[in-house]
Design a protein around this ligand. Structure first.
Ligand SMILES: NC(=O)C1=CN([C@@H]2O[C@H](COP(=O)(O)OP(=O)(O)OC[C@H]3O[C@@H](n4cnc5c(N)ncnc54)[C@H](OP(=O)(O)O)[C@@H]3O)[C@@H](O)[C@H]2O)C=CC1
Ligand SMILES: O=C1O[C@H](COP(=O)(O)O)[C@@H](O)[C@H](O)[C@H]1O
Length: 515
């Protein structure tokens, strides 16, 4: 403590487990690497894909003597115009703007339709010219196609890639295809899409991205659960009363109303991002850390989820959502949903998993809250103050904290709610947490599918939500209105209480700030 009585946090070294790192490092490949962003004119490309590529470039993962980036879309623009669209979204570092312009010069743009052989032949020609220019040996090229496109065009685009633009040789190099969510609208459409793409590419070539799997604290879940003795005996129905996985955004659909109204919050967030998090929270320990062993366990959890009951669902739509001219006046599309899932297995029978997501709410955050049961034989009479909780704050202010009861410091023997707090900003000062897309694109280049969704996993995820989604689409389950900036419909809090969640009144976790 300083003389002023304030705490100072020393920067500490972080010893790493090198053997773990080595297991996961794939053999580094050389030769030309072409990254092709299809839908380069779009929102995702400029806000996420290109900035993620830029961050990888800046850290030396995309050396300019090996990597070239191609944008492809229908919009007729020049290389320079595409670069101008992207420029403003690239984070500026200490190095100034030089690395931004160096990066932008790696990007070339090809315009063409998504079903036009000529367009994909022109793309192939541009890629080949670059490959030849760096003397890449015949067939040693690596081609990564990132589909930043509406899923409706995936089949035709994959066909074009397969016929006209993929790496010709299977001997050296590869072709990989990254596809974005939402992958389908329900079980039948997702399966159809999977079959169409599956006829063109092998499963190891298909990377179904779910960017929540690239978030730091989501990636920490397996380590937290399976590398710590603390949690092993607690993580089950004997100790856990309920689990909440919550996503909140403090803004509405903002310019994406047309897309959003076709999908709704369950397809946009819950069926993919939150369900993936649930898998990692609930799965059994995998045999090893290989992608297939991990994904096998995730599939088992999904297959153990029992059908959703309408009385365990609350839907909401924020007031003003339908003011967007691209949203129909009679839309029932939920912008908020709270859904209780039950997992029928030995570990989780009877423990509700409450998945909640909403747009235009009072705050932006995502967390996992594991609430434990009451302490038996409460000699301190402190039960009403609150229950123990393990909270994993995914964003913002990444943290893991354990809410617990302590003696209130002082002369009296009274109890209070407090926390054991691992706040990343404080503990890992100076450490930059990578963006999810950055990490996942790097995984794709390395050929590591651990953090991508396998076909059977996707199928099992759609099986859970399809019946409910069809009832919503048919207007059988209605969305309740809620005020923008609120917590969502009051009925969602009532559902939470019915599920057994006990709120700790008067307790608020405040992320620590640095002096
Ligand atoms: N935006 C985001 O924050 C996120 C998006 N995603 C997913 O990423 C993908 C791309 O999203 P986003 O960039 O927002 O989408 P956009 O609506 O911006 O579309 C991307 C590009 O695709 C082309 N395009 C748009 N509509 C059509 C159409 N009907 N038929 C053919 N081409 C079309 C346009 O390019 P052009 O006309 O020049 O060919 C457009 O620039 C989607 O699957 C989305 O769900 C996932 C997570 C977050
Ligand atoms: O996939 C999507 O995610 C974003 C939220 O991502 P985050 O990393 O900022 O939490 C959401 O806004 C969008 O609707 C959805 O399609």
């Amino acid at each position: 403590m300083s003389e002023l009585g304030e705490w100072h946090c020393e920067k500490r070294p972080f010893p790493k487990n090198e053997s773990f790192t080595k297991v996961h490092e794939t053999v580094s490949e050389t030769g030309s690497l072409s990254i092709i962003v299809l839908g380069a004119s779009g929102d995702l490309a400029k806000k996420k894909t290109f900035p993620a590529l830029f961050n990888l470039y800046r850290q030396g993962f995309l050396p300019s003597n090996e990597v070239h980036i191609f944008g492809y879309a229908r919009t007729k623009i020049s290389d320079e115009e595409l670069r101008d669209r992207i420029r403003g979204y690239l984070p500026k570092g200490k190095e100034g703007t030089q690395d931004v312009s160096n990066f932008l010069h790696l990007i070339k743009y090809v315009s063409g339709a998504y079903d036009a052989p000529e367009g994909f032949q022109a793309l192939d020609k541009a890629i080949s010219e670059y490959e030849i220019s760096i003397n890449s040996a015949e067939g040693s090229s690596r081609r990564l196609f990132y589909l930043a496109l509406p899923p409706s065009v995936y089949p035709q685009v994959c066909k074009m890639i397969k016929n006209y633009s993929m790496n010709r040789s299977d001997l050296v190099g590869w072709t990989r295809v990254v596809v974005e969510k939402p992958f389908g609208k329900d079980l039948a459409s997702a399966e159809e899409l999977s079959s169409q793409i599956g006829e063109l590419f092998e499963e190891p070539q298909i990377y179904r991205i779910d960017h929540y799997l690239g978030k730091e604290l989501v990636q920490n879940l397996l380590v937290l659960r399976f590398a710590n003795r603390f949690f092993l005996p607690l993580w089950n129905r004997d100790n856990v009363d309920n689990v909440q996985i919550v996503f909140r955004e403090d803004f509405g659909t903002e310019g994406r109303g047309g897309y959003f109204d076709q999908y709704g919050i369950i397809r946009d967030i819950i069926q993919n991002h939150l369900l993936q998090v649930l898998c990692l929270v609930a799965m059994e320990k995998p045999v090893s850390l290989t992608p297939e062993h991990i994904r096998d366990e995730k599939v088992k959890v999904l297959q153990s989820v029992v059908p959703i009951k309408d009385e365990e669902v609350v839907l909401g739509q924020y007031e003003g959502y339908k003011d967007d001219p691209t949203v129909p006046d009679n839309s029932n599309t939920p912008t908020f949903a709270s859904v209780i899932l039950h997992i029928h297995n030995e570990r989780w029978e009877g423990v509700p998993f409450i998945l909640k997501a909403g747009k235009a709410l009072g705050s932006r955050k995502a967390d996992i809250r594991v609430q434990l049961k009451n302490v038996p034989g409460d000699i301190f009479k402190c039960q009403n103050q609150g229950r123990n909780e393990i909270v994993i704050r995914l964003q913002p202010s990444e943290a893991i904290y354990m809410k617990l009861t302590v003696k209130q410091p002082g002369l009296e023997m009274s109890t209070a709610q407090s926390e054991l707090d691992l706040s990343y900003r404080q503990r890992y000062q100076g450490v930059v947490i990578p963006e999810a897309y950055e990490r996942l694109i790097l995984d794709t280049i390395k050929g590591d599918q651990q953090h991508f969704v396998r076909r059977d996993e996707l199928k099992a995820a759609w099986e859970i939500f399809t019946p409910l989604l069809h009832r919503i689409d048919n207007g059988e389950v209605k969305s309740l209105p809620y005020k923008p900036g609120s917590r969502g419909p009051a009925e969602a809090d009532e559902l939470l209480e019915k599920a057994g969640y006990v709120q700790t009144h008067g307790y608020l976790w405040i992320p620590p700030t640095l002096a």
